[in-house]
Design a protein around this ligand. Sequence first.
Ligand code: KIV
Ligand code: ZN
Length: 499
Amino acid sequence: MDKNRILIFDTTLRDGEQVPGCQLNTIEKIEVAKGLEELGVDVIEAGFPISSPGDFNSVVEISKAVTWPTICALTRAVEKDIDVAVESLKYAKHKRIHTGIGTSDSHIKYKFNSDREHIIETAVAAVKYAKKYVEDIEFYAEDAGRTDNEYLARVVEAVIKAGATVVNIPDTTGYCLPAEYGEKIKYLMENVKGIDKAIISTHCHNDLGMATANTMAGLLNGARQAEVTINGVGERAGNTSLEEVAMIIRSHNDIDLITNINTKKIWPMSRKVSGLMNMPVQPNKAIVGKNAFAHSSGIHQDGVIKNVCTYEIIDPKDIGLDDNSIVLTARSGRAAIKYRLEVLGVKIAEEKLDAIYKKFLDLADKKKEINDEDLLVLAGMDRSSDHHIQLDFLQVSSGVGIKSVASVGLDIAGEKFEAAASGNGPVDAAIKAIKQIVKRNTTIKEFTIQNITKGSDDAAKVHMSVEHDGRIFYGFGMNTDIVAASVEAFLECLNKFRS
Ligand code: KIV
Ligand code: ZN
């Protein structure tokens, strides 16, 4: 392989998917995995198979669905984890086990109540055990960012000797400064015997906003794999974002690195993941935020009109941003909806298209123009059709100086129920009415309402989390009526109690 080629290891479906409320079902994960394959990623981390039957099954199904990228499964340095991961990768054409253990003093002392020598022995044993079943073994030294370089070099040397083909140096807590992380990689490149037999990988978290800078520092000092997620999704402040690394490498000819990423697929992939995870992209997010190419100041606009290179370092077309976006209205037909969704990276089966089109017409009746964001939300909403509890009707009256009252009709597995309640606002009244019908103990833990674009006729998106029986359930609703959107989100939570 070209010595300047950077392997892109995508962990949207493992580290990215650990974000509360962003869980995907297996079908959605397959859709993301296929999108990643089209995008040109080299490795897809498909899950942590021992963690749940759902994760196990997703790794199995993604292994069947994807052809070119290596499929990777995460484990702890534990034989049982490795056995389950090996089984889950049975159908993968190219497979990798990603095993590892914490190496910082705090992990060794508080997490494992162990010592440095024992950690090296456990790491070596895990790599040797996994190597019996799979040739390609990646080892992660968790919290390597806070592990001292001399000890880390001993760990890396030992696991390479045991058969690791890739060694991952995670900055698990997002603490390192770019110069410090770059220095760490350089130290390993210069001090580990046998380093040429393995690829060093970066895996950076964004707690202090330095994930991309740290990743680049690692690559400039000899790492040849970058672990990333679409839109930078991931626990807490997230992981390094794929689009940032890919576009830095593409834009900077001076650093002489290359990836296999087809950057024209970046925008549709970003929207696909955002839609499926119900996770909006921050408007000023680098590369994929909706303001990333919007020049609003007079001076900038003037410069861009004279010559785009004055203020634009990336051509929006290079990331697949189609600026001739067509406006959809109530007069648009099914074909236009299907085409626009395809441009946005969402392939819709004919039978699903009917349901989406019906929702599209409902929304277009209330809102003159339907934009891409609306459409993506509509495309993700057809999940409600197989819900056990469905909303039949909702009527609310509210105002200033009067009590809010709501009447609600529900269809529960074909049986009709009705209730009315009052509350300190229309949402409270509607939720109380639902609770009278569905007698479950629930506490709303999170409740956010966002408009999608702008205008008082805009649709609202509601994200809700509800606690029931010590578990947290997440729901999502979208409607031009914020009370209806809230009720949809609450019902989605209730519908999940059975799963
Ligand atoms: O951040 C981290 O350390 C990880 C490892 C499990 C690879 O995600
Ligand atoms: Zn991580």
